[in-house]
Design a protein around this ligand. Structure first.
Ligand code: AN7
Length: 359
């Protein structure tokens, strides 16, 4: 530990949690030192929404490609290398492709990403392109792209690194471990966005494994949130044409549907949905009250929390964690549009600046 309390020797999630992961001493680990992300208290946000509890945001934006996907991708690419794969492929709403592209570059693998045309936030697209992935825009939605990836996987020519690859879930469960390691026990509730439902499946597995080990004494209620235009689990059937401002979770037929339902049911939690207006309200409120910028998908669980507070469903003094899955800079266009501000253009003089400063 250094004087800031941060551990500079952090080895990445595989080496840190090797005991709980499908690796051995001789595994050649492909890592960008992901994990060890901050769990940030946000009392200003809690006050603004009229709550009286301890909310901590697991800020996964601090991972190497700025999303939680790096935890699963270090496992997926490490495993692909061990199997002798040459080419990996994934479908993505953006973050999986950014992460797959980065870890593939690190490992020297060829990477092909299938993206729903026109539905990818620009930060994510810039990552896939710069890391050098073969970037394919499919004229269809994420669910179409994932169907093609499944078919490509059956040819045996490529390694699929979507979360239908079970090692992805294994890597992602380490975020639940970190939350418990920081808090000293599980929280009362865990809130997170739900898209393809891999992450809620992974967190629930992580919490249960820590309980089985006796490291935590209780389990959190798992509170998963979809966007109202893309809420197949809430509706109980696939959505043909999912639509939401939160493009990361614009998914109509989640691969880990069963895992999400199980996590909510077995933990006494729920899968809910919130409108785009609620998402953008929470997105802006977090930025303005705490100086924390997340991408719109992360605001879905915050909007869900606001609903729960209004309904009186959060007991005073609860400890709540919520995963902020991706950085706000992933989607600068939405940030600029939603901010409500534009730069004030003035002459290059002190007087002109003073005139618009409002002080
Ligand atoms: C910021 O990148 O599915 O429920 O292809 O990017 O585990 O799918 C992204 C999902 C939440 C949902 N927040 O997680 C992809 C992709 C952000 C995301 C989710 C995603 P899952």
């Amino acid at each position: 530990m250094n004087s800031n309390g941060t551990d500079r020797s952090w080895p990445g999630v595989i080496r840190r949690y090797a005991k709980y992961l499908p690796v051995t001493e001789s595994t050649r680990v492909v890592t960008l030192m992901e994990g060890n992300t901050p769990l940030i208290p946000v009392p200003g946000f809690v006050k603004a929404i009229g709550g009286n509890f301890d909310l901590r945001l697991k800020y996964e934006a601090m991972n190497p490609t700025c999303s939680f996907k790096d935890r699963g991708m270090t496992m997926a690419i490490t495993t692909a290398v061990a199997r002798g794969a040459k080419t990996v492929v994934c479908a993505s709403t953006g973050n999986t492709s950014a992460s797959a592209a980065a870890y593939s570059a690190r490992a020297g693998l060829r990477c092909v990403v299938l993206l729903p045309e026109g539905k990818i936030a620009h930060g994510k697209l810039s990552q896939a392109l710069l890391y050098g992935a073969t970037t394919v825009s499919v004229r269809g939605n994420f669910d179409d792209a994932l169907r093609i990836v499944r078919e490509l996987g059956e040819t045996g020519l490529v390694e699929v690194v979507n979360s239908i690859n079970p090692v992805r879930i294994e890597g992602q469960k380490t975020a639940a471990f970190e939350i418990c390691d920081t808090l000293g026990d599980a929280p009362d509730f865990h809130f997170l966005p739900v898209g393809n439902a891999g992450n809620i499946t992974a967190y629930w597995r992580g919490f249960r494994e820590y309980q089985a080990e006796g490291i935590i004494r209780r389990l959190p209620r798992m509170m998963g949130w979809q966007a109202a235009g893309a809420d197949p689990i809430v509706q109980g059937h696939p959505i043909q044409h999912p639509e939401t401002v939160a493009t990361a979770i614009q998914i109509g037929n989640p691969a880990s549907w069963g895992g999400a339902v199980e996590a909510a049911r077995d933990s006494g939690g729920l899968i809910g949905s919130v409108s785009d207006e609620e998402i953008l309200f929470a997105y802006k409120l977090l930025a303005r009250t705490e100086g924390i910028m997340v991408e719109p998908a992360c605001a879905a669980p915050l909007a869900g929390l606001i609903r729960c507070v209004r309904a009186g469903e959060i007991p005073e003094g609860s400890v709540i964690s919520a995963t902020m899955t991706g950085h706000g800079l992933k989607d600068p266009d939405t940030a600029i549009r939603v901010s409500g501000f534009q730069p004030l253009v003035v002459a290059a003089t002190r007087e002109a600046v003073l005139a618009v400063m409002g002080v």
